[in-house]
Design a protein around this ligand. Structure first.
Ligand code: GTP
Length: 261
């Protein structure tokens, strides 16, 4: 059974900080946010998790494999090196959306994102050691078919961006509403979804929905493993299978999941 552990990462009191004592230079804020995301991605990635930038002031990480000590170390390391601190809420569930609800609830109960007294909250339950090795999570890696030929080499960057973002918006809503899956744009024409155990037909229906609603054609590789890196890596191999076979949905088989890792 799949079981996803998610961590909501929220910068403490960031809104007020960005305008204290006066509004700060925008490119300095962008630099801070992207460096913070880079550090989060490296920290979580080195422990085989995945991190997504979402809105930068709030980020979401798949943290199967990270325990409470890992989370504490992340807070300490960021607190030592940045002018801001992080609060972390952790939740686990079969449904990624429910896991994130739980993680979010822990932080919201501790106070507002703009509460000057709420700092470095660490709350929630990580998967027990036994569950960690026994349970899997599913990652679906989506990609726009021939984005280079259809968009990048033909349209200006802004019009390309509109097409890609419309496809993303359509997919993220469909998977969230129909299945409680969470989808994140990760650059280029790629979207990574953290999903419950979905069937091939459910992925096909999602792809059909996006084509009908946003006129964007997708394909997807799906992987399942005990951590995000292995599941995502297997999903990338499955996406390569789509390319070679001309298919739009491929599941990684167990052999692929471990052979190349
Ligand atoms: N985050 C991420 N981005 C990728 C990955 N692979 C490709 N990209 C991005 O996607 C863009 C387009 O590359 P492709 O998806 O390979 O090209 P395409 O033209 O869509 O061709 P097909 O996918 O083969 O239909 C690249 O410029 C990258 O920005 C990946 O594994 N992860």
């Amino acid at each position: 059974m799949t079981n996803t552990q998610l961590t909501l990462v929220q910068i403490d009191n960031y809104g007020p900080w960005t305008v204290t004592p006066d509004p700060r230079r925008e490119m300095d804020l962008q630099t801070l946010q992207s460096r913070l995301f880079a550090d989060l991605a490296q920290f979580v990635g080195s422990r085989d998790g995945y991190a997504f930038f979402t809105r930068f002031d709030n980020m979401v990480a798949v943290t199967n494999g990270l325990d409470r000590d890992d989370h504490e170390l992340l807070q300490e390391s960021i607190g030592n090196r940045y002018p801001v601190t992080l609060s972390l809420g952790i939740g686990a569930d079969r449904s990624p959306a429910v896991a994130l609800e739980r993680a979010t609830d822990r932080i919201q109960r501790a106070g507002s994102a703009q509460d000057g007294d709420r700092r470095e909250v660490l709350s929630g339950e990580t998967l027990a050691d036994a569950d960690r090795s026994d349970t899997d999570l599913q990652i679906a890696h989506f990609d726009v078919n021939d984005a280079t030929g259809k968009y990048t080499d033909r349209l200006n960057e802004f019009d390309t961006f509109i097409h890609i973002e419309q496809g993303y918006a359509s997919l993220m809503r469909h998977l969230r509403e129909e299945h409680g899956a969470l989808s994140f744009f990760v650059g280029g024409d790629n979207i990574i979804s953290v999903t419950p155990d979905l069937t091939e037909d459910q992925y096909r229906a999602a792809i059909d929905h996006v084509e009908a609603e946003a006129d964007v054609e997708l394909k997807v590789g799906v992987g399942t493993a005990s951590n995000a890196h292995e599941a995502g890596f297997a999903a990338k191999h499955a996406l390569e299978d789509c390319r070679h076979r001309g298919t739009i949905v491929e599941f990684a088989d167990a052999a692929v999941e471990t052979a190349d890792d």
